[in-house]
Write a new protein. Structure first.
Length: 73
């Protein structure tokens, strides 16, 4: 399961996934997020710690998107 940015709601996991390059834009996990978290349980566990280079750059993409969302509202 994955969702586009437009499909994401507050309760969806925002972990970026790379399985949909053909559809354009970034895709996100979309599972139900853990309470008080932006990620589902599995991804919240992965978000703890330093992560890989790819995971750190993914977070930068997310922050960028979040800033753009805020600017548009
Ligand atoms: Zn997730």
């Amino acid at each position: 399961m994955s969702l586009s940015l437009l499909d994401l709601s507050r309760h969806h996991c925002r972990w970026p996934v790379d399985d949909a390059h053909d559809s354009g834009g970034h895709r996100f996990c979309g599972e139900v997020a853990a309470r008080g978290s932006s990620y589902c349980a599995a991804h919240a566990a992965r978000a703890v710690g330093t992560g890989t280079q790819g995971e750190r750059s993914a977070l930068q993409v997310l922050r960028h998107q979040a800033m753009r969302e805020t600017a548009e509202e």
